[in-house]
Design a protein around this ligand. Sequence first.
Ligand SMILES: *[C@@H]1O[C@H](CO)[C@@H](O)[C@H](O)[C@H]1NC(C)=O
Ligand SMILES: *[C@@H]1O[C@H](CO)[C@@H](O)[C@H](O)[C@H]1NC(C)=O
Ligand SMILES: *[C@@H]1O[C@H](CO)[C@@H](O)[C@H](O)[C@H]1NC(C)=O
Ligand SMILES: *[C@@H]1O[C@H](CO)[C@@H](O)[C@H](O)[C@H]1NC(C)=O
Length: 267
Amino acid sequence: MKFSAPLSILALAGTSIAIPQKGYTTTKYPTTTLAGLEVIDTPLVRDVRKLVEEFNELQPYLYKHVMRTWLWGVAAMNANETLKSMIDPELHAVGTMMHDMGWDMRPNSPYVTLDQRFEADSGLAAVNFVKAHPSARNWDEVRLEKMYDGIALQIEHSLVANKNFQSRFIVQCVQWEIPGPRDPRIPEDDYNNILAKFPNHYASRGTNATFTWFAAHKPASTYNNAMEAFGNENVPGYNSTGHRLYDSITANSIKEAAMYPNSTIYS
Ligand SMILES: *[C@@H]1O[C@H](CO)[C@@H](O)[C@H](O)[C@H]1NC(C)=O
Ligand SMILES: *[C@@H]1O[C@H](CO)[C@@H](O)[C@H](O)[C@H]1NC(C)=O
Ligand SMILES: *[C@@H]1O[C@H](CO)[C@@H](O)[C@H](O)[C@H]1NC(C)=O
Ligand SMILES: *[C@@H]1O[C@H](CO)[C@@H](O)[C@H](O)[C@H]1NC(C)=O
């Protein structure tokens, strides 16, 4: 059985996995139109849109990136009723639009720490924003955590693989930002409208500049993850050797061999 492993783990945890989830289309949300698409328009979503729009002045590539990320998902779900019924549109909107708050390069950013990865900074920014909003009464811990996980695992596809659908869909929408042919799940007209409204002409270079900035300004957050290469390649004086898991496992193996020379992989 294809899904036997994850299901048995959940069953052991004693959750209500057997109860079928209510389709999200049964919840009526107000909507508006953006880039020709019908999008959710709750007070929370409106406030998140205002918040991220500030970056249109500061880091325009970032603003356009998070808006496209949201709208790829909207286009895909509006074109497929089954998919739409599986998605929590408010969680999706907040999670996609806030997924890179940790890219804020202002010197006193309220979102950016020196030690945490940008994905963790972004996830916390989104959770804190929701918790401080009047709409927080509609968000329990599970809903917040699904959003946090989608943001925190945004570039770790291999870790998000067996998680809940809401988290996976946020990661899918971030994936749609990687340049390449249009995914057929996004209708061509919507694809063109989204790109016309939020062009991606500086997306890769903006990403490179931001990732390089992490390696220069908060190197501790970059060791052992995808940001490390930007430091090694682009930042003079950056040196991750000694900080990697590889380094500690290697050093400890040498110590251990001296302490227990007769132990083998079988003993
Ligand atoms: C619609 O979405 C569902 C859920 O992702 C998927 O299984 C199905 O194949 C999609 N339908 C079409 C026509 O793409
Ligand atoms: C990436 O960004 C760094 C820092 O701004 C820059 O030195 C480097 O040339 C950039 N790489 C590319 C391919 O644009
Ligand atoms: C990087 O750091 C390691 C560990 O401290 C050191 O052995 C190595 O020489 C350094 N490499 C460079 C290029 O400075
Ligand atoms: C390892 O094995 C050798 C040979 O049997 C023995 O002389 C030595 O005391 C052992 N060393 C340790 C640390 O157990």
